[in-house]
Design a protein around this ligand. Sequence first.
Ligand SMILES: CC(C)(COP(=O)(O)OP(=O)(O)OC[C@H]1O[C@@H](n2cnc3c(N)ncnc32)[C@H](O)[C@@H]1OP(=O)(O)O)[C@@H](O)C(=O)NCCC(=O)NCCS
Length: 212
Amino acid sequence: MLGVMKNALPFWPARKALKAHFPALRLTGPRVILRPPLPGDFADWVDLRERSRDHLTPFEPAWHPKSLTAEYFAHRIGIQSRDWERGLSCSFLLFRAPDNALIGGVNLNNICRGSAQFASLGYWLGEEHQGQGYMHEALRLVMTYAFTAQKLHRLNAASLPHNGRSIKLLRHLGFEEEGFAKAYLEINGEWQDHVLFGLNEETFKRQGPIIA
Ligand SMILES: CC(C)(COP(=O)(O)OP(=O)(O)OC[C@H]1O[C@@H](n2cnc3c(N)ncnc32)[C@H](O)[C@@H]1OP(=O)(O)O)[C@@H](O)C(=O)NCCC(=O)NCCS
């Protein structure tokens, strides 16, 4: 239980709700759309996350017992909006282009400026939306946004050693394996080893337009 509480959103339960004010931004590809979350996304978000609980929980920080409540979602997007405004992170929800169905999420976390200019990439898909190339396209869009609009120079990503899908995706996107960190992140209530990947702007630009 302690692990669960430690990994909960900062300042939860909220004393005062933060209002979400994101930039009016949409990243659009042939088959997917990314945009910051809105309060009205709650029903689709909770439905997708609940249906994918067993698929997602082994790869994420432990879910708070109230993580699928409207109150928690409102607080979560309030924090994400505040962090976007402060230049600390960019949070996107991911939609399938033809029908606007919510299928997952992508985050640029831990944005570090100064001589670093890097961020950590986080991503998830609802279980039934895997295996169709949606995340590959979504990450190419977010990577382009990171290296152009956000003017970052490097993206980092970390994967559990047994997360084959994630590792395959990162390699396919041009990320290179750069190291191994013991007890790197607290995932599903336990400090777990991770394989570290990185990609810099120069390598990304050499790749050219979206590749499948
Ligand atoms: C990691 C995760 C996002 C990867 O999802 P994914 O479906 O494998 O990735 P994509 O959406 O890019 O799909 C790639 C697959 O679609 C296939 N595909 C089908 N049509 C495609 C198309 N038009 N373009 C590209 N790929 C296509 C690819 O061949 C590939 O399948 P394969 O792995 O069986 O060869 C997903 O497994 C997930 O959400 N896992 C749980 C959360 C998680 O691990 N997050 C990351 C923590 S580090």
